[in-house]
Design a binder for this molecule. Structure first.
Ligand SMILES: O=C([O-])C(=O)C[C@H](O)[C@@H](O)C(=O)[O-]
Ligand SMILES: [Mg+2]
Length: 448
């Protein structure tokens, strides 16, 4: 079909970039000193620039590069067909396996990630700029809200001084959050200190603790300490499926009124699937359950709903595409369930993608995750999106509402080019801390 009347894509650049991170801990190990992302920069015949961002790694860079012939010369108004063509003909087409297997095997993360989200985002950014509308007005049933509530995503952080790796030190920063975020945090007191510092800088009212690091009892102490300090906060915990069913029940059965919901408490065990086990967990405890592990696509979502395994689906647009995430949000809302979003480390382009998607998700959505507070200060765009009073104000500017700063992108690309490996590997830093450390989907990473 030949659609007339919208500008055509004249140029598409894929720029792999890197940024600095803390030695944050998860079930999978420890974040490395640097994280990677892929940035897409498109230009059109109207002179506008469109932006996209997705996970890092050479496979995703190659996939994005392979999409160019399907995009350049095409009209931006035809973006749905372009994304469809990319999905069918792209380098990663057909591969889909991964985080949903409950192992958080990060070698597989690239198959859960929909690289085409970066293409969709750049095209929607261009189209929004052409039409004078923010991207959220072009998604689903259009804009649903004026601001997005964000939660303070707290992590245990290992002692970077114990490993010979180039983690950055910000302990002389003037900002209390920047001062502590690279430093060791393995106690309830340190987690509470993180919460206070993030509240001071971003105004968060709700918090999430990434668990699967220490013994569950220790992590519950941190949750209780948080609730004591922030009695009005909605607080959740996410061990990425590390606990057995019995352990999860034991740890959380008395946490009503303290935990608002529990995210991916258990995984598969004794021949039962993670959906069956999570369903039993929900029945046994009455807790609301969230996931970004067992409902990462439509087929998984179907089984999760049928088995009544979850209440809240964290439909990260980088896993679902922006329009897919909104479609999921519409269905969830109609079925009395709740939409939210998961995240990984990211730059400010992804923050805009999250904000625009959340702005178009209908109903009473849950506070959104973002790792961005761990990256704040490393923006790739001129005027960045701010989190104030625990919220992002949805922009009225056209497109994503941000403009790329090429000097910053080139610097982040230089950092990327200095790295030996571009794929995420949380076992690497862990092995510097504990020789021969190996991922075990049932053992918190510091319990060895
Ligand atoms: O909610 C989650 O499961 C995550 O945020 C998973 C991610 O892998 C996160 O823990 C990370 O990137 O370290
Ligand atoms: Mg999670």
């Amino acid at each position: 079909m030949n659609i007339k009347g919208t500008p055509v894509v004249t140029e598409m650049m894929v720029v792999p970039v890197a940024g600095f991170d803390s030695m944050t801990m998860t079930l999978s190990g420890a974040h490395a000193p640097m994280f990677t992302r892929n940035i897409v920069i498109m230009k059109d015949s109207a002179g506008n620039t469109g932006l996209g961002e997705v996970h890092g790694g050479d496979d995703i860079t190659k996939a994005l590069e392979s999409y160019k012939p399907l995009i350049i010369g095409k009209q931006i108004g035809d973006y749905r067909n372009i994304v469809q063509a990319v999905k069918r003909g792209g380098y990663l087409a057909g591969g889909n396996d991964g985080e949903g297997l409950q192992g958080l095997d990060l070698k597989n993360l690239k198959f859960v990630v929909r690289a085409e989200t970066a293409i969709e985002s750049a095209l929607l950014d261009l189209l929004g700029k052409f039409m004078g509308l923010p991207v959220c007005s072009l998604l689903g049933d259009g804009r649903q809200r004026e601001d997005i509530t964000i939660l303070g995503y707290l992590f245990y952080v290992s002692d970077r001084t114990k490993v010979n790796l180039p983690y950055i030190d910000e302990s002389s920063s003037a900002d209390p959050w920047f001062r502590i975020r690279r430093n060791v945090a393995l106690t309830p007191e340190a987690i509470v200190e993180q919460a206070y510092a993030t509240k001071e800088r971003y105004g968060f009212k709700d918090f999430k603790l990434k668990a699967g690091v220490l013994e569950g009892e220790e992590e519950m102490k941190a949750i209780r300490a948080l609730k004591k300090e922030f009695p009005d906060a909605r607080i959740n915990i996410d061990p990425n499926g590390a606990w057995s069913l019995n352990e999860a029940i034991r740890l959380t059965k008395d946490m009503h009124g303290i935990l608002t919901y529990v995210e991916d408490p258990c995984g598969p065990e004794k021949g039962f699937s993670s959906r069956e086990i999570m369903s039993e967990y929900k029945m046994a405890t009455g807790h609301k359950v969230a996931t970004n592990m067992i409902a990462t696509d439509w087929r998984q979502l179907h089984h999760s709903v049928v088995s009544k395994a979850v209440d809240i689906v964290l439909a990260d647009p980088h896993f679902w595409t922006m329009s897919g995430s909104i479609r999921a949000g519409q269905v969830l809302n109609d079925w009395g369930m709740t939409w939210g979003s998961h995240s990984n480390n990211h730059f400010d382009i992804s923050l805009a993608i999250f904000a625009q998607t959340a702005a178009a998700a209908p109903g009473d959505i849950t506070a959104m995750d973002t790792h961005w507070i761990w990256q704040d200060g490393q923006e790739l765009c001129g005027e960045s999106i701010a989190i104030k009073d625990g919220k992002i104000k949805v922009t009225d500017k056209p497109g994503l509402g941000i403009e790329i700063d090429m000097d910053r992108v080139l610097k982040a690309n230089e950092l990327y080019n200095k790295m030996d490996s571009h794929d995420r590997d949380d076992a690497m830093a862990m092995q510097h801390l504990i020789p021969n450390w190996k991922f075990d989907s049932k053992k918190p990473c510091l319990v060895r």
